[in-house]
Ligand binder design. Structure first.
Ligand code: DAH
Length: 339
């Protein structure tokens, strides 16, 4: 027993404790319930009565030594780790990580899409490089229509141009599918315009198309009223002014009651109480025929609006160029969650 205790004294002295793991190993080996110290106390029962005093003293000295060694080592390790400058400081305040925001045009486009999705419209798309047929001819544009002029259209060659409106997607949709149609077609369009606060050589539109049996002008009006209330507020009124588009007959331009001054008169509505939002009309029978749809059986309406225009009105942005300049000070002011 005496030899065993002596051995353990040496072992404790020589044990290397430099890390938390080693300290734990040490604790397990000497101090735990199945450790060396506990074994010694067990064996102590068998020590002869006359030796008990001496051996008991030795075991207690050993116990103190082990405890001391363990405490010192742990203190040492803890201290060195707090002065370790590489360690993370979990108490330090976090960095203000800035999250990105959606582009204002994305926010408005999504809002328009979800408004129409709620009443059963699906989203369709078409190419930005378009041929004459889809962009003009099939939409009933006469041969000498000014929109076909070089001054308005970016031609790529004899046959192809950058689409001047998203109405071309109507044709692609109707050519390749069977009615009924209830589709929304967002996309970028191009026009040969000098860039200014009010005009740009590219901008974005959303086209809508609804074709079925027995679709009337009243259906169009109701659909557009629903849309206007969703976008500009429940109190919004609409009015339709007669207009002309080659691909619709009759055609109209739609105004909404000014949501800024509530039609009392302001600079946005130019004191008229109304702001123009979109073009619309009943799809011309000639257009249906161009897509092999029988106008005797089917009828429907179409509409088209500029996303920039709606964003400018809603957010009171007065320069169209801001949408494509990528100035973060401008962009970070818009929050999709508010829509
Ligand atoms: N394509 C027209 C434009 O770019 C907008 C438009 C007007 C689309 C009337 C339509 C419509 O579908 O029915 O100005």
């Amino acid at each position: 027993m005496r030899d065993k205790i002596k051995d353990l004294f040496n072992k404790v002295d020589q044990y290397i404790i430099e890390s938390k793991e080693q300290a734990e190993q040490f604790r397990l080996m000497f101090l735990s319930r199945k450790g060396e110290l506990s074994n010694l106390f067990n064996d102590f029962k068998n020590v002869a009565a006359e030796d008990k005093k001496e051996i008991g003293l030795l075991i207690n000295q050993l116990k103190d030594k082990i405890q001391q060694r363990y405490d010192d080592a742990k203190n040492n390790i803890d201290n060195t780790s707090t002065v370790n400058t590489n360690a993370e400081d979990y108490t330090r305040p976090g960095f203000p990580f800035e999250t990105g925001t959606s582009h204002p045009l994305t926010i408005i486009r999504q809002k328009i899409i979800s408004t129409f999705e709620n009443i059963g419209f699906t989203v369709a798309s078409g190419p930005e490089v378009e041929d004459d047929w889809h962009n003009f001819s099939a939409l009933n544009f006469p041969e000498n229509h000014p929109a076909r002029d070089m001054q308005d259209t970016f031609f790529i060659d004899e046959k192809f141009a950058l689409r001047t409106h998203t109405s071309s997607v109507q044709i692609r949709l109707m050519e390749n599918n069977k009615p009924p149609f209830r589709a929304l077609m967002p996309g970028r369009v191009y026009r040969n315009e000098a860039i200014s606060a009010r005009a740009h050589c590219f901008f974005h539109q959303v086209e809508g198309l609804y074709i079925d049996k027995n679709v009337s002008f009243a259906d169009m009006k109701q659909t557009l009223l629903y849309f206007s209330k969703e976008i500009f507020g429940e109190q919004t009124k609409i009015r339709l002014r007669p207009s002309y588009f080659p691909f619709t007959e009759p055609s109209a331009e739609m105004d909404v009651s000014c949501f800024i001054c509530h039609s009392k008169g302001c600079s946005v509505c130019k004191h008229s109480g109304w702001v123009e939002i979109l073009g619309c009309g009943m799809v011309d029978p000639a257009v249906l025929q161009n897509c092999n749809i029988d106008p005797e059986v089917y009828s429907g309406f179409a509409f088209g609006m500029g996303i920039e225009r709606i964003a400018m009105l809603k957010y009171r942005v007065n320069d169209l160029r801001l949408f494509s300049e990528n100035d973060i000070r401008f962009l970070k002011q818009f929050n999709a969650a508010n829509e």
